[in-house]
Ligand binder design. Structure first.
Ligand SMILES: O=C(O)CCC(=O)C(=O)O
Length: 301
């Protein structure tokens, strides 16, 4: 469904995407852009990742920056996630601002683009876990629903590696609570609410290294475990229109949060009347322990 906000965005000249791609995103809430990132960037990102991996060899437990996967050892490092990569290696911030990512965002949210946050999800070979069906906006409500996440496939991703899956058109439905009946935060949609969603119709957003996935903050998405022998590093960068502001503590927040990466700052917030359930209070931090309960892990991508 293309409303007046989307029409105004479409009326602006595109920097990179075709009009058909922009319309597809507005209608479906996701997009897959195959092989759009060149080898120069991929080499830079892989070298930054190798440095992070080396840093993790000294670790035995997760900290706020690096979350370790089961079985992590010095000689066989396994990472679950690097939080806020933008402030932990200059290559990640350069990529977030100087690559085509902010141009893709501008084509989908309008010319004025605000950087929100990044994370690097590893999904290690054979042990990388499922990410349950969820919407991102419940982790970080904003004054409007422009936030979107761009996932860069740093390596080739096939069906067995647990690619992201997104339910077409689900961004036009409700924002579904991520709480159990007893009020416990679960970071994902409850089984009874999944019944009305067409999870079987969700395509696998996979492709060669250098492909970019896009999903809107209301789009229901998740991913299967990695059953393959190859890792699946996914660098997630989240942007919004410049006039979208978070009104709760962000789970991922860095000194770069709020930077205008294309266009100009907003002079006022744009308010969408559609409600959003509040997340738990993340002001004390968002760690591997409180991101979700038990084995359930959602993703504030
Ligand atoms: O790493 C994944 O498979 C999930 C990513 C995700 O849920 C997100 O970017 O919001």
């Amino acid at each position: 469904m293309i409303g007046s906000t989307e029409e105004a965005i479409l009326a602006q000249p595109a920097r990179l995407l075709t009009q058909a791609q922009r319309e597809f995103y507005f209608e479906n809430g996701y997009l897959l852009l195959e092989s759009v990132i060149g080898n120069d960037w991929l080499t830079r990102l892989r070298s930054a990742i190798a440095e992070v991996l080396d840093r993790s060899r000294e670790m035995t437990v997760s900290d706020d920056v690096i979350w370790l996967e089961k079985g992590h050892t010095r000689s066989d490092p396994r990472l679950l996630r690097l939080n806020c990569p933008d402030v932990h290696h200059p290559g990640f911030w350069a990529y977030a601002t100087e690559s085509i990512l902010p141009d893709i965002a501008a084509d989908l949210v309008g010319p004025d683009v605000r950087y929100s946050h990044s994370l690097l999800n590893f999904k290690w070979a054979e042990v990388g876990q499922e990410v349950k069906w969820h919407q991102d906006i419940q982790f970080y409500p904003h004054t409007n629903y422009s936030p979107l996440s761009l996932g860069t496939l740093v390596e080739d991703v096939g069906p067995e590696q647990g690619p992201v899956r997104a339910i077409p058109g689900s961004h036009l439905g409700d924002v579904i609570p991520h709480y159990a009946e007893d009020g416990t935060w679960t970071a994902c949609i409850q089984d009874q609410d999944l019944k009305s969603l067409k999870v079987d119709e969700a395509p696998l957003l996979m492709g060669p290294a250098g492909s970019v996935t896009v999903h809107n903050c209301r789009t229901v998405h998740g991913s299967d475990p990695n059953r393959s022998e190859r890792g699946r590093p996914l660098l997630v960068n989240t942007y919004s229109a410049a006039d979208a502001f978070p009104y709760t503590h962000l789970p991922q927040r860095s000194t770069n949060t709020g930077t205008i990466v294309r266009g100009k700052p907003a002079s006022q917030a744009r308010l969408d009347p559609r409600p959003c359930p509040l997340p738990p209070d993340w002001s004390g931090g968002f760690s591997v322990n409180n991101a979700a309960t038990g084995e359930i892990r959602g993703d504030a991508g």
